[in-house]
Design a protein around this ligand. Structure first.
Ligand code: ACO
Ligand code: LMR
Length: 240
């Protein structure tokens, strides 16, 4: 058979040199035999380690809950217009994905960054929100066009309830809830949105699982790949 040319790139997440591919050192057969799921595969390929079931279930819940949100949101709007213009699946998908950013679905990393920084520095919600206002930055993870104090986002409630019941600690999430209480005193629609819920809860997942060192957590938050959860999830709806 043909011999592959040597690669110029070394992947530290997957390896296909044996008789079956390995994800972060775990053989494909082991993944199948153990009945692992998408959350486990994400743990291996994004975090290079196996995570306990309560974490992988949380990751899977994020993916399921963010898979779609109707035709009016930026991403779905673009994908639908592109598909109706006769373009192919990949073009339609990426035209939707390209709208993901600070206003739509791409605020998870910034929410994690700002909530972590504020909590770790011991800022009160008042000090945090007012300092953001002074800098002219909208608080990432707060605010929604149609959700409000009296019309809460069910996705946020599901994730929070799951974490309260299953995570060893939800200190970052509780801090984000206190921030929401303060922003709601300013305007009815300044609720915690799904990006804020995922961002704050992922901090709790990273810090509470005991499987990540502090420098690793800082690096994950600094590099910023939690938005990938929304990108991956919403691709499901956009493809549909
Ligand atoms: N922090 C502070 N003030 C805010 C925030 C916030 N997060 N959101 C809205 N406001 C205030 C501002 O005064 C804003 O006025 P401005 O436009 O002069 O800055 C005013 O409310 C406008 O509010 P709305 O018209 O109700 O907000 P809009 O519908 O335009 O925006 C949005 C909704 C984009 C989600 C906004 O709240 C925001 O930017 N939030 C932060 C980013 C974020 O979390 N994005 C993820 C959303 S969830 C998702 O996409 C899956
Ligand atoms: C979504 O998940 O698409 C929404 O929360 C965003 C929106 O603008 O409603």
């Amino acid at each position: 058979g043909k011999v592959r040319a040597p690669t110029h790139i070394i992947s530290t997440i997957s390896d296909d040199r044996g008789d079956e591919p390995c994800y972060a050192g775990v053989k494909m057969s082991s993944i199948i035999e153990q009945g692992l799921g998408v959350g486990d595969v994400i743990s291996l390929l994004w975090f290079k380690r196996s995570l306990p079931r309560y974490c992988t279930r949380f990751i899977e819940m994020c993916i399921m809950l963010c898979a779609d949100h109707g035709p009016c949101v930026s991403g779905a709007h673009n994908s639908i217009v592109t598909a109706r213009a006769g373009k192919d699946l990949v073009s339609s998908l990426v035209s939707g994905l390209l709208t993901i950013g600070p206003r739509f679905g791409g605020a998870i990393d910034d929410a994690a960054r700002y909530f972590k920084d504020a909590y770790d520095r011991g800022l009160t919600p008042y000090e945090f929100v007012e300092s953001m206002k002074k800098k002219g930055i909208r608080v990432p993870g707060i605010g929604h066009r149609i959700k409000s104090r009296d019309n809460r986002d069910k996705r946020v409630e599901f994730l929070q309830q799951y974490a309260r019941e299953n995570f060893p600690s939800v200190k970052y999430m509780e801090y984000a809830v206190q921030v929401e209480t303060y922003t709601l005193s300013k305007a009815n629609n300044l609720v915690m949105n799904v990006d804020g819920a995922i961002g704050s809860l992922f901090l709790d997942l990273l810090a509470g699982s005991g499987l990540f060192t502090k420098p690793e957590i800082d690096e994950i938050v600094e590099i910023g790949y939690l938005n990938g959860l929304f990108v991956l999830a919403r691709s499901i709806g956009l493809i549909g």
